[in-house]
Design a protein around this ligand. Structure first.
Ligand SMILES: [Zn+2]
Length: 98
């Protein structure tokens, strides 16, 4: 993994079929989120999609804390069912925004 990872955008990651591994220091939850899926969501929200900023936009789905670890991975996403419709995306984004 290069030292420039934090300057990559979700679009860069999605193109390389990468995903993001996030971890929560509050409850120790670990998850891998699809890069393509996050890229779409950040686009819908018009959020800064550079990896360094991603952790400011997402929250732990279990305890609501900010994730303390966000890195690019090629592990399979652990999220079972990404939303398919625009409405589902917006609902998810609203939830993530908290
Ligand atoms: Zn947590």
């Amino acid at each position: 993994m290069s030292a420039n990872t934090r300057f990559e955008t979700l679009g860069d990651i999605a193109r390389k079929r990468g995903n993001l591994a996030v971890g929560c220091s509050g409850c120790q939850r670990r998850a891998v989120i699809s890069g393509e899926w996050l890229d779409r969501m950040f686009m819908v929200q018009r959020w800064d999609s550079r990896v360094a900023f991603v952790r400011q936009r997402i929250r732990c789905s279990r305890c609501g804390a900010r994730p303390d670890l966000v890195r690019v991975t090629h592990q399979k996403p652990t999220m079972d069912r990404p939303p398919r419709t625009e409405a589902e995306w917006r609902k998810l984004a609203a939830r993530l925004r908290g």
